[in-house]
Design a protein around this ligand. Structure first.
Ligand SMILES: [Zn+2]
Length: 88
């Protein structure tokens, strides 16, 4: 049987972990936005149109494919290697 104190301690640790995760998510969003802005300036594409793909890309400075969602909404051509986002 768990005591009230044990449950409170575990709950406290869970809330601490949630706070760490929230901060990490916020940092990730900020870095992603920063990267989109830098890529947008480099490629002369509005940062809102930059789409970070998930495929490894040797010619991309991010190491992954990057798309222009404005001109290429289907994400058919990586701006660096020309490969589509959807592959079989
Ligand atoms: Zn690519």
């Amino acid at each position: 049987m768990s005591t009230d104190g044990e449950v409170r301690r575990i709950a406290g640790r869970m809330y601490e972990a949630e706070a760490v995760l929230d901060k990490a998510r916020q940092d990730l969003d900020e870095r992603r936005q920063e990267l989109s802005e830098a890529l947008g300036k480099m490629l002369n594409v509005g940062s809102d149109y930059i789409e970070l793909g998930g495929w490894a890309c040797e010619t991309s400075p991010t190491g992954q494919c990057v798309y222009n969602r404005g001109k290429d909404p289907a994400l058919d051509f990586c701006l660096f290697c020309g490969q589509p986002d959807e592959r079989k």
